[in-house]
Design a protein around this ligand. Structure first.
Ligand code: NIG
Ligand code: FE
Length: 405
């Protein structure tokens, strides 16, 4: 049996934001793909005393980072819209004029599966080299069957090719395609009756998401998609309260949703419903920053209500063209005033919760051996600086690799 013993590390086990369980001079034992034992070196069981050792050089060992909200598979560029915004147009105005998501849809439809794969591969590798071991990838730039399937196949292929666990999310209800202009209900019927069953049949769907917004879909349309997802036993999540309060967070919580994401315009009723259902609040500081949002998600109230908070890149061409996990940790602290402990829990244990994963996001016996070793002395350094990558090594399901820097 293959056993690896990582020693001379400070282990940040990260059970939750208030319990970091930082252990000095610690050892983590990996057996095959899983963590078999964690503790201080003087307690290492005899059976592991003579196993192959890896010297962590006194660095900090954390769970591999988890990016629980991305739109990684897309083609084209929205740099022109970036310029338009700098000339005064708003994100919503650009979308209403047929740009925004629809311009990425056009480019993504035109790209071949291999082209999309190559584009997404570069982005996924950038995240891997920053200590990410698990991500979620959404569809939503096809808005018709073949392209939605193409995006999801690429997402699956990334997970098969790279040392990265990929969770796929079906987000065909992301925007209204031109073919259904003025017939949003008709499009939702197409999503529920044709697209979702077809994607599911190919084994391409781990969860279902909707963009519930003025420029997306109404609460009633969102609920229809959720009911269909539930009929297939699929978990749901929601782009909720990003640009306005649509009461989406309460809706997704009522469907025992895994997460409600964005949440700048979240209401007290939404918070209460999320707390009751255990729905994770996924905050996306990259989108907040890039869209120059001024309204903050209600962090204090989320904290007080005990809602688990996760942090993700939202990597996408329109609202967060950012493939930097460590920058998100930094921004969660500087923009949203999360503590470093909360930010790190947001990209580990709580991100795992947001993906429904019971076997990742923490360092403890029985978890998958997804680990990141950092050349730092305290976990807060991961949030404090960015631009110098302190990642020394990573393990994905027990497999060791070093980052390309
Ligand atoms: O999470 N809000 C909707 N979806 C993305 C933006 C997609 C885009 O602009 O291409 C988001 O912000
Ligand atoms: Fe998003």
């Amino acid at each position: 049996m293959s056993i690896q013993v990582i020693h001379n590390v400070r282990v940040a086990a990260i059970a939750d934001a208030s319990d970091f369980a930082l252990t000095d001079d610690a050892v983590v034992v990996i057996e095959q793909q899983n963590i078999a034992w964690v503790g201080p070196i003087h307690q290492l069981p005899d059976t592991y005393q003579h196993a192959e050792r890896f010297d962590g050089g006194g660095g900090v060992l954390t769970p591999g980072l988890i990016d629980c909200h991305t739109h990684l598979v897309w083609a084209g560029s929205r740099a022109n819209e970036f310029s338009m915004r700098l000339h005064g147009a708003s994100y919503e105005e650009i979308a209403a004029a047929g740009g925004g998501i629809l311009s990425t849809v056009k480019a993504t439809r035109a790209a071949s599966e291999d082209e999309l794969f190559d584009l997404a591969l570069v982005r996924a590798k950038a995240l891997i080299d920053q200590g990410v071991t698990e991500i979620e990838i959404k569809s939503g730039y096809g808005l018709e069957l073949e392209t939605e399937l193409k995006q999801l196949r690429v997402a699956r292929r990334l997970g098969e090719t790279l040392p990265l666990k990929v969770h796929t999310t079906f987000l065909a209800a992301h925007a209204l395609p031109i073919e259904y202009k003025d017939d949003a209900d008709g499009y939702i019927d197409y999503v529920c009756e044709r697209m979702l069953p077809a994607a599911l049949k190919e084994g391409l769907v781990d969860a279902v998401d909707v963009f519930c917004e003025r420029i997306g879909f109404s609460r009633a349309q969102t609920e229809k998609v959720f009911m269909t997802a539930k009929s297939f036993n699929l978990p749901v999540k929601l782009h909720a309260e990003q640009l306005s309060d649509q009461d989406g967070a309460k809706l997704v919580a009522d469907y025992q949703g895994l997460s409600a994401d964005h949440l700048e315009y979240l209401s007290d009723a939404g918070i209460a419903a999320m707390a009751k259902a255990g729905t994770v609040a996924v905050l996306l500081p990259g989108a907040f920053y890039f869209l120059r949002e001024t309204k903050y998600p209600p962090i204090t109230q989320l904290r007080e209500a005990g809602v688990p908070i996760a942090i993700a890149t939202d990597a996408n061409p329109g609202s967060s063209p950012i493939h930097q996990a460590q920058l998100m940790l930094h921004m969660a602290c500087t923009l949203f005033r999360l503590t470093p402990e909360e930010a790190l829990a947001g990209m580990t244990v709580n991100a795992a919760k947001a993906l429904g994963s019971q076997t990742s996001g923490q360092i403890k016996a029985g978890m998958q051996a997804n680990l990141a070793l950092w050349d730092i002395h305290q976990p807060a350094e991961l949030c404090y600086q960015f631009g110098v990558n302190p990642l020394q090594a990573r393990w994905f399901q027990g497999r060791f690799s070093r980052p390309n820097k």
